[in-house]
Design a protein around this ligand. Structure first.
Ligand SMILES: NC(=O)c1ccc[n+]([C@@H]2O[C@H](COP(=O)([O-])OP(=O)(O)OC[C@H]3O[C@@H](n4cnc5c(N)ncnc54)[C@H](O)[C@@H]3O)[C@@H](O)[C@H]2O)c1
Ligand SMILES: O=CCCC(=O)C(=O)O
Length: 491
């Protein structure tokens, strides 16, 4: 909700433009609230407009030349310092993340640790090679490739990994010599401001990273359309991603999209069922199912279906739900009321379309849950491939069990989706594992491991409509954030 001229003891977080913390031109702020208790305000964040984006782009453009002329080794030193700043504030920032979007404190802390490791990884990247010598057909010539930054990069991020995703975009962008205009999800803009504080504390030159918070339709759109933003890296929904791609193409900007998933797990009859159950629960329900890599569809071989189902139900019944700051909470609330409504919509849809609700399905509203956006972990069976819950991304703690008789049937059904982000199989048979690796349409292929979880040094991204076919993280990031120059020198 927009609040004008708020007078409050809660901290108001500002935009960060040209090395300074500044109010937005609108003088309006949004409340960032705690999904575990909607009456708790975590902070106020700027509700910015196009004018603020213009100022940020101007600052980023001005900073770009000096930044790109600095050696990448020197640029890396700023990232090492930012990592140390983040490390000093690990608990505080993890707590803010839990308060702002609900994931449990240990998960938040793990994510901040991941952010620190990403910063250090890309700091080291400043010392790695950026080109190759290629033989020329002219024996008198030297031919090689080098890489140059793209210029100003727009970074647009979602709320579900409010530390890791911004850092895995901003760190490679700046190590390769780009400057950044960063627009975090408004739901987690306080956490984002704290990351930017760490970059500021690291002494990053003014204008290298700028942050403008606000609504997607206003600030995000202004970034997508700005003629001086040379590239946009976006993570979020398919709906928004596609509009950004169209706007980028229309003005010749480079773009990168990481979007949704409908991630399958296949459990064959030779699987270790305890391992498969644990991975399904962890991959599907941690972070309240709000990961693009979350398990959503579980294809179980008919020979072990009943046993798997019983084990799964008994494990899910042990899940403790509550405020993510409580030590004994395993699953926190949905990140927002909107997200809770989306999850409840899909649960209703599943029931209406004839799936069998095996467990959960309800909002929790009594006692400690009264003011939060809590939903039970939910399991459906008798889900047919054409049902909405088998086709659309839910982004909540909902699993659909589907019985199959063969690996081939499981693969056909698993691939029957527009998405292709992550996929797992549980089997002890190497032949089945190899068939899965070859046939599954997913960017992340996991054998006897949950569908969620990403290693920062490895390429990350999806096939089909889960991504724009590029990859983030690890060395793969260089492909998006730089342009290749092929140089030929002759005396
Ligand atoms: N593949 C991945 O790596 C990955 C990771 C995390 C989340 N996601 C996806 O993100 C979605 C959930 O996140 P969300 O609800 O924040 O997504 P979203 O698309 O609503 O928002 C993402 C970002 O885009 C901004 N935005 C919204 N409308 C915009 C517009 N018209 N123009 C420009 N920017 C706009 C938002 O303010 C936010 O910063 C899910 O679909 C999930 O699968 C994907
Ligand atoms: O939500 C998308 C990112 C997924 C991720 O980082 C993970 O699965 O750990």
């Amino acid at each position: 909700m927009a609040v004008s001229e708020v007078k409050t003891k809660k901290q108001t977080y500002l935009n960060y433009i040209d090395g300074k913390w500044v109010h937005s031109s609108t003088k309006k702020v949004d409340k960032s609230i705690n999904p575990a208790n909607k009456n708790e305000i975590v902070g106020y964040v700027q509700q910015s407009n196009e004018e603020d984006v213009n100022k940020a782009v101007e600052a980023a453009k001005k900073a770009q030349v000096n930044w790109r002329r600095l050696s990448s080794v020197k640029r890396g030193e700023y990232l090492y310092k930012a990592a140390s700043e983040l490390e000093k504030r690990m608990d505080e920032i993890a707590e803010t993340m839990t308060r702002e979007m609900g994931k449990t404190f240990p998960e938040s802390k793990g994510e901040v640790q991941r952010g620190i490791a990403i910063l250090r990884y890309y700091a080291g990247e400043g010392m790695r090679k950026i080109g190759d010598v290629i033989p020329s057909s002219d024996s008198e010539a030297l031919m090689f490739t080098t890489r140059v930054p793209l210029g100003v990069v727009g970074v647009i991020t979602p709320w579900n990994f409010p530390v890791a995703i911004p850092i895995w975009k901003i760190a490679p962008a700046i190590i390769y010599g780009n400057t950044v205009v960063f627009k975090p999800a408004q739901e987690t803009a306080v956490t984002a401001a704290k990351i930017v504080e760490c970059l500021d504390q690291a002494g990053l030159p003014a204008g290298v990273v700028n942050m403008v918070t606000g609504r997607g339709l206003v600030v995000g759109n202004a970034i997508a359309e700005h003629p001086d933003i040379n590239a946009i890296t976006f993570t979020g929904s398919n709906e928004v991603g596609k509009t950004i791609a169209q706007k980028a193409v229309a003005r010749g900007a480079k773009y990168q999209l990481e979007m949704g998933g409908k991630n399958p797990v296949i459990v064959l009859d030779d699987a270790d069922l305890d391992q498969a159950v644990e991975a399904t629960v962890s991959g599907g329900l941690r972070s309240t199912g709000q990961k693009c890599t979350a398990t959503s569809r579980v294809f179980v071989h008919s020979n072990v279906y009943d046993e798997f189902k019983e084990k799964l139900l008994s494990r899910v019944k042990q899940i403790t739900i509550g405020n993510g700051l409580n030590n004994d909470t395993w699953m926190g609330p949905c990140a927002s009321e909107k997200q809770l409504e989306t999850v409840l919509y899909y649960i209703r849809k599943g029931i209406e379309e004839g799936a069998t609700l095996l467990y959960g399905g309800n909002r929790l509203e009594d006692g400690e849950f009264k003011n939060g956006f809590y939903v039970q972990p939910t399991i459906f069976e008798n889900v047919s491939p054409n049902m909405t819950i088998a086709r659309e991304e839910i982004f909540g703690p909902v699993l659909a069990l589907i019985k199959v008789d063969t690996l081939e049937e499981a693969l056909n059904l698993a691939n029957d989706t527009p998405f292709g982000l992550s996929a797992s199989i549980f089997t002890k048979n190497i032949g089945n594992a190899l068939s899965f690796i070859n046939e599954i349409e997913a960017g992340l292929v996991r054998i006897n491991e949950e569908s969620a979880g990403v290693e920062l040094q490895a390429p990350f991204g999806g096939m089909k409509q889960s991504s724009s076919h590029s990859r983030e993280q690890g060395r793969a990031a260089i492909e998006f954030f730089t342009s290749i120059k092929t140089v030929l020198i002759k005396s």
